[in-house]
Ligand binder design. Sequence first.
Ligand SMILES: [Zn+2]
Ligand SMILES: [Zn+2]
Length: 385
Amino acid sequence: MKALVYHGRKKVSVDNVPDAKIEKLTDVVIKLTTANICGSDLHMYEGRTDVAKGKILGHENLGEVVEVGKAVDTVKKGDKVVLPFNIGCGFCANCERGLTGYCLTCADPSVMPGMAGAAYGFAGMGPYAGGQAQYLRVPYADFNCLHLPEDADEKEKDYVMLSDIFPTGWHSTRLADLKPGESILIYGAGPVGLMAALSARIQGASQIFVVDGQADRLALAKQIGATPIDTKDGEIGDQIRELTGGLGADCGAECIGYQCTNNAGKEVPNLVMNSLVDAVKATGTLGVVGVFIPKDPGAKDALAKIGQIAFDFGKFWFKGQKMGTGQCNVKAYNRRLRDLIHHGKANPSLIISHELPLSEAPGAYEHFDNRDAGWTKVILHPHAA
Ligand SMILES: [Zn+2]
Ligand SMILES: [Zn+2]
């Protein structure tokens, strides 16, 4: 089969690799019909993780079941399914509590002591191949496959966003403890930030502020119903206090991660976290879903190399704020978000900028990585010519 393979910093190619196959009786194999490129793939692409060469990337996957392991009950050949980017077993202590991003069964404990969580095609998240490929092995298929309704083909571009960014955007608002009628400050108008804005709108936020420095992305935020806040228009805290009676936003969502940059394009890993502490009101909660990693050998900053940032903890403490962090437990939300799409209440595909065959993935990585204007979200069709 063909698959997008990582060969080192900024080197990916579409190679012929052995077909994905059933390895355990609880697996299925799917034929990918849509697979996305994600901002977090860029951390690996840029050599800013310790992902191994030869890894097939891709964790946002949707397709048709073509092979079914003997111990699988509820998934049949021909079913159209979307997969959470995290791989859960469904029966460990964390999966049992809905914390499927922190599965203990599927995790790779050699990454660090106490490691939990697994994902397709991802650094530090187990040996699983990714789905920017023609076929994908899905472990614990009964648990991980979310069935799609009869409009699966028609709304495929919306449903594929259930693999990661729509639930992840939603998760940021839940970690931030957003309540109907409250205001929320969302940092980042990339795909996840835009999905956070959509989620906040659905949950009845009174004001949704989306911060970014890129005009095309801010325009999308506005289209979703948020107030765009341009980093070039001055201190974020000042801008937000002016719009919230001097108090700051009720809560905040971090949707950028450790590779955030200032207006001059310089990476400043603590920029967003400290700005959120400043711009969110005293007693407000921060939801942090942007990726931060324990080790970043490619970092220029000495702290960042060992996964640290200079965080305004004193201000955070003094304001009595709270914080929730980490990757999204996709299974906790994806069924309900699927139903919002099915019934016409959510249209996450609005952020898609490019729809390409797999063969064009290497070029798409380059554009996306250069943050070229207009490259918001790329979806791939691995069987298209
Ligand atoms: Zn993703
Ligand atoms: Zn588990």
